[in-house]
Write a new protein. Structure first.
Lengths: 512, 441
């Protein structure tokens, strides 16, 4: 079952700058002339390890003939609060510490991890990972360590460790009261809240050292409403790489209105239509279309194995001129943003589709070497227990030439898809789906009655060709999207302007 | 029971108690995982790891928290449990939180469920690689000239855990899992697609694992069969759902049966106990005591003694999944918090026989995405498979969708296969449903 799930790609809710002046002394090989003793503290101190230990571990990792190795140290602290029946009455905390050792030779990867940062355990893990390369002893010697200077896409004023549980409880009770006050038909409010502080340190045999502190906060508020014995439920999610300053009064008030509004409208819903229809995607969370229709297919591990439907389409037109799609790790405080990827590379803004032409895959180190291109900063992993693979960050479409009103007006009979829960793709066949939680019928160019719980299915390249109009209103979504691939979950972001797709299969229950 | 793990669990519980907790439950687990993956004849991934962790549930001052750590060294652990107890204290009270009544721990079965192969440690990396390569080679040969890429892998795992609860429960278990899989991508040049599919074999005992050749051949056969898959116009036809795909549908039926869903009014099956919710052909038993089962257990996550439980009998809903907390809130007797093995009774015939009985129909071999609303029962899922005529596969299908409502859909069940899927805890057989509207072109 686990391996079966690993093969699915799905989504659901739930510039490491140039080397800086801080240089660590080298123990092996010629000492660069510029080497000076580092000022304390160094990034290694954050995990209580010395450079000598790190070098010993890397030496051990490369002893079997590996070409490259990296160590990924991580310390995670997570706090979860749950609100049910008018009280924040569930609390969970998690602490986790460990280091992953990866050894690469060609396209082969050896991986092992240990749940301590003790020298003996790290050496043992290095020995296990080294076994992937069982050839002649390699000439690779780890280079002198140099600390990279990272950008600051999510500066933190107050780390989560300094915020008391009591303060969070108060905040969530305030949100609860606001949702309940929206409408008398709301009978139950549930809140799931999670904050996380992850410290990561990447050290590799090319001598790179990168330390990052990655915050995250997710607040998921759902409600249940009842009318004459009928029940409906829905939710709203707020998520960001940020501190408690993100949960402003205004943002929480918006979340309360959205959670209630998205639930109450469901009582007026009519059965969704069946068959191929024009679909207008509302701005924001509709970016799930890009994530599934093209994003996964552009991850270069699939391209390297030639198993994605986009394998041989680089440089070719796949969408109209007004379609430009990016995958971006640099958006301020967004859920998929990173200051450095999980193998020490600069997380750039990568243009996947430029004016309708397919430009580049999303690369990690292995695929970049295979294709002889620079990594795009897309090497990501769930935790130190996993090896990095190419992943999306924040995937969105840039603004187009059409006004949103004009787009809706152009549809005689179709649907308007507003809010989504999840999606999935088969990267070889290209079939993908996304589940519409809230939408509306479009009748004679106007938004009509609400619809709900309708899955939409299409084929990636065919749907991109069918993108007929792109709005002037790009919007990034603030939902807590989590992407699953090969058994690893990572946080991602999404965005889209209003977009019209000429025809796509709508999976409702009404033939009318 | 592993005494080393038991000592850690006891230490954590004692610490919570000494910090004022009225009750505590600690679970300590250790797992070793091995994985070898090959692709296109070469080694792709080799992984070996051991993970240990503690999860502790703390009941203090009428408050409840659940906390996890992988840092089990004595000093770190004591500090963690102390902090966790303090964090729990500042939450809001919940009078329904407590460990289960000790009476629920009684009569725990002592039988050997045969979940642990003591010979797991003898498997070598060379053997893992050899088996993965055999599955790979068989797949490549069977896929022939259409093949684009073949991946195969072997994993095995050994897990041990102990559960200690301060009101008189202490027990442990150990299990092993062996699995071998292959996935194959082939060229559908006419459509510019690269369809892929997979096959697997899993076993609790190394010697019971299926043949690598069969796994490889099945993956190749399935991938090749999808060449040319496309949608047909929307239509209303009987549905045959292949055994290994049924899990996605079944998940939507099970979610509303939980205590949480009932208590939070998010269950479309609220008030349906003792009523017909499905065709009278449907009888499903939750059976935790099956030897070698993927969901087998002598006690559940709260220590409640595992018992065979008829879930649906001739279409009538017999039980909900209710843990001790929601039992108190709902004022019902607890059953168990989640499913173990699900066994479908009185099935008959292989997939091919169901197809033959269906005549002109749609055979669903996989679902793609979609979701199910547990509050209302509405569901909608993408599908792939085949159009059947006279029970024969006449063309492959993709990019289609099926939608319905669980309150009605299971009444449309007309036949249950005798081919339970052996590699999952929910041993789903192939199913045949009456004509259903399917969305296409």
């Amino acid at each position: 079952m686990r391996d079966r799930l690993d093969r699915r790609q799905f989504i659901g809710l739930a510039a490491a700058g140039a080397a800086s002046g801080l240089v660590l002394p080298a123990c092996h090989g010629p000492t660069p002339a510029t080497t000076t003793r580092p000022p304390s503290p160094t990034p290694l101190d954050a995990f209580g390890v010395t450079e000598a230990t790190v070098r010993q571990v890397m030496d051990r990792a490369l002893q079997g003939g590996g070409e490259y190795c990296d160590l990924y140290f991580q310390r995670i602290r997570t706090n979860v609060l749950g609100l049910e029946d008018h009280a924040v009455n569930k609390g969970h905390s998690t602490q986790d510490l460990g280091v992953g050792v990866r050894v690469v030779r060609g396209l082969e990867t050896g991986y092992a991890f240990t749940e301590t940062v003790e020298r003996a355990s790290m050496l043992e893990a290095a020995g296990v990972a080294a076994a992937v390369a069982s050839g002649a002893r390699s000439a690779t010697t780890p280079r002198a360590l140099t600390v990279g200077r990272l950008p600051a896409h999510y500066p933190v004023k107050r780390p989560w460790s300094e915020v008391s549980t009591g303060a969070k409880v108060k905040l969530l009770m305030g949100l609860h009261d606001r949702v309940g006050a929206q409408d008398r038909r709301i009978k139950k409010v549930n809140i799931f809240y999670r904050d996380e502080d992850s410290q990561v340190l990447v050290v590799d045999s090319d001598g790179r050292v990168a330390f990052d502190r990655q915050p995250m906060v997710v607040t998921y508020v759902s409600c249940l409403a009842e009318v004459d014995g009928r029940r409906e439920s829905n939710y709203y999610a707020l998520a960001a790489r940020d501190d408690i300053g993100y949960l402003t009064d205004e943002r929480l008030a918006h979340a309360a209105r959205q959670a209630a509004g998205r639930t109450l409208v469901l009582f007026d819903a009519v059965p969704g239509p069946v068959g191929e229809l024009p679909v207008v995607l509302a701005p924001g969370g509709s970016g799930i279309l890009l994530h599934e229709a093209i994003g996964h297919g552009m991850e270069a591990d699939f391209a390297r194995k030639k198993i994605t439907i986009y394998s041989d389409r680089i440089g070719k037109r796949i969408a109209p001129e007004f379609v430009t799609i990016v995958d971006d790790g640099t958006n301020s405080h967004m859920r998929g943003s990173i200051n450095v990827d999980d193998e020490g590379n600069d997380p750039q803004k990568t243009v996947l589709v430029e004016r309708g032409i397919l430009r580049t895959f999303l690369h990690d180190r292995i695929s970049a070497r295979h294709f002889k291109v620079r990594p795009t900063g897309s090497g990501r992993r769930q935790s130190f227990r996993h090896m990095p693979i190419p992943r999306m960050r924040n995937t969105y479409m840039l603004a187009g030439p059409h006004s949103p009103e004009e787009i809706i007006r152009s549809v005689k009979r179709g649907i308007y898809a507003e809010h989504f829960t999840n999606g999935q793709v088969l990267i070889g066949a290209g079939d993908f789906t996304f589940y519409v939680k809230n939408g509306r019928l479009i009748e004679d160019g106007k938004l009509g009655r609400p619809i709900k719980d309708v899955n939409i299915i299409g084929n990636g390249p065919r749907v991109l060709e069918q993108v007929a109009m792109v709005g002037t209103d790009p919007r990034l979504d603030e939902g807590g999207w989590t992407c699953g691939k090969r058994g690893q979950q990572v946080p991602v972001g999404l965005g889209l302007p209003t977009v019209k797709v000429g025809a796509i299969t709508v999976g409702g229950t009404s033939k009318g | 029971m592993n005494s080393e793990l038991q000592k850690i669990a006891e230490l954590a519980c004692d610490r919570a108690r000494s910090r004022g907790a009225k009750q505590a439950a600690a679970r300590v687990a250790r797992t070793r995982d091995y994985k070898v993956a090959v692709r296109d004849g070469k080694m792709e991934e080799l992984k070996s790891s051991e993970t240990r962790g503690l999860s502790i549930r703390i009941f203090v001052d009428g408050r409840y928290g659940q906390h996890k750590t992988s840092e089990l060294e004595r000093r770190a652990l004591l500090r963690f449990v102390g902090d966790a107890t303090e964090m729990t204290r500042v939450l809001m009270p919940d009078t329904h939180r407590a460990l289960p009544e000790p009476a629920l721990y009684r009569e725990r079965p002592t039988l050997d469920l045969q979940l642990h192969d003591p010979k797991q440690g003898a498997v070598t990396m060379a053997e893992r690689k050899r088996l993965a390569l055999q599955a790979h080679d068989a797949a490549r040969e069977a896929a022939g000239g259409r093949v684009i890429s073949v991946g195969a892998g072997y994993t095995d795992r050994v897990s041990e855990s102990v559960l200690v609860q301060t009101n008189g429960f202490a027990d442990g278990r150990a299990s092993t899992t062996f699995s071998l899989w292959a996935d194959v991508s082939v060229n559908d040049a006419r459509q510019g697609k690269r369809p892929s599919d997979w096959a697997e074999t899993r076993a609790r005992f190394r010697g019971a694992l299926g043949s690598p050749q069969q796994v490889g051949q099945e993956a190749a056969r399935r991938a090749l069969a999808q060449i040319g898959a496309d949608a047909i116009p929307s239509c209303t036809l009987p549905l045959v759902v292949e055994n290994r795909a049924v899990g996605r549908l079944l998940g939507g039926l099970l979610a509303p049966l939980s205590g949480w869903a009932l208590d939070q009014k998010r269950s479309c099956f609220d008030g349906k106990l003792g009523q017909a919710v499905a065709s009278e052909r449907l009888s499903v038993v939750d059976d935790p005591l099956l030897p070698r089962g993927w969901g087998s257990r002598r006690y559940d996550g709260e220590g409640i003694t595992a018992r065979r439980m008829p879930l649906i009998e001739r279409g009538v809903l017999g039980k909900y999944y209710i843990d001790s907390y929601y039992a108190r809130k709902l004022k019902r007797a607890p059953t168990t918090g989640g499913s173990s093995n699900l066994v479908f009774l009185e099935g008959e015939g292989e997939l091919q026989e169901l197809c033959a009985a269906a005549g002109k129909a749609i055979l669903i071999t996989h679902f793609i995405g979609g979701n199910s609303n547990s509050t209302t029962g509405d569901f909608s899922h993408g599908i792939g498979g085949f159009l059947l005529e006279g029970g024969k596969r006449v063309r492959p299908l993709g990019s289609m969708n099926v939608a319905g409502n669980h309150l009605r859909f299971w009444n449309e069940l007309v036949r249950i296969g005798g081919d339970p899927y052996p590699h999952a805890s929910h041993r789903t057989p192939s199913l045949l449903f009456r004509p259903t509207l399917v969305a296409g072109k």
